[in-house]
Ligand binder design. Structure first.
Ligand code: SF4
Length: 215
């Protein structure tokens, strides 16, 4: 039977409450001290673990201290510096290109608007939402692989398209929960609702999840 939007919202609210109880310390696991550092770390995190990114940025942010340092660096040297994050040539090009645009067109400041962020080289909606929500505290939702999978399992969306999922979810979840929702879902995806072997019998969402294998 089709679930009404009102019922979906009630279910979403209860899911947030339970996840918050389970993961009270959920937060972004990338280390950064500025919007630009967060932007660089987020670009590096594509297809790479946050743990690895933090190891790399620990040295990287000592060597490149400002957006200008990245903007006028050698892309070849930068690619070597970030090699262990994978896709290093592409990521180096994105980081240098994005930093150059920030320095030359935004006075060295990372923009705080979606339409400006997505004009930066290598910055898509996911990265832009991360900067907006995490650094500028603008209600935004990052749709990563855990969000795609788990929101599908919870039947809050039928698509795998990140932008469409974002539009589905902002209708259901309360604005105040958007930023933290992604962090809690990532924690849940790692600990319980693991890809290919979800631990439904141990999941606090079992009675709220239409895909549960435990009911
Ligand atoms: S009940 Fe199972 S499928 Fe649903 S969220 Fe929990 S672990 Fe995932």
């Amino acid at each position: 039977m089709r679930e009404s939007k009102v019922k979906k919202r009630v279910r979403a609210d209860e899911i947030v409450t339970r996840l918050r109880n389970l993961y009270p310390d959920s937060k972004c696991s990338l280390n950064y001290k500025s919007a630009h550092e967060l932007l660089v770390a987020t670009i590096l995190s594509a297809q790479c673990t946050d743990h690895r990114v933090n190891i790399v940025t620990n040295d990287l942010f000592q060597k490149y201290r400002t957006p200008t340092d990245f903007a006028y660096c050698s892309v070849t040297v930068l690619a070597k510096d970030i090699h262990s994050c994978g896709y290093h040539n592409q990521k180096a090009k994105s980081i240098q290109g994005t930093s150059l645009k920030i320095v030359e067109e935004h006075d060295g400041n990372v923009p705080d608007k979606m339409d400006e962020l997505i004009m930066l080289p290598g910055v898509g909606r996911k990265t832009a939402n991360c900067i907006l929500g995490e650094f500028y505290k603008v209600p935004s939702m990052v749709i990563d692989t855990h969000m795609v999978r788990i929101m599908g399992l919870l039947k809050f969306t039928k698509t795998k398209d990140a932008k469409k999922i974002e539009l589905d979810l902002i209708e259901i979840f309360e604005k105040k929960d958007w930023v933290n929702l992604t962090h809690m879902i990532i924690d849940h995806g790692r600990a319980v609702c693991i890809a290919r072997r979800p631990q439904c019998s141990e999941c606090v969402l079992t009675d709220l999840c239409q895909s549960s294998l435990a009911i």
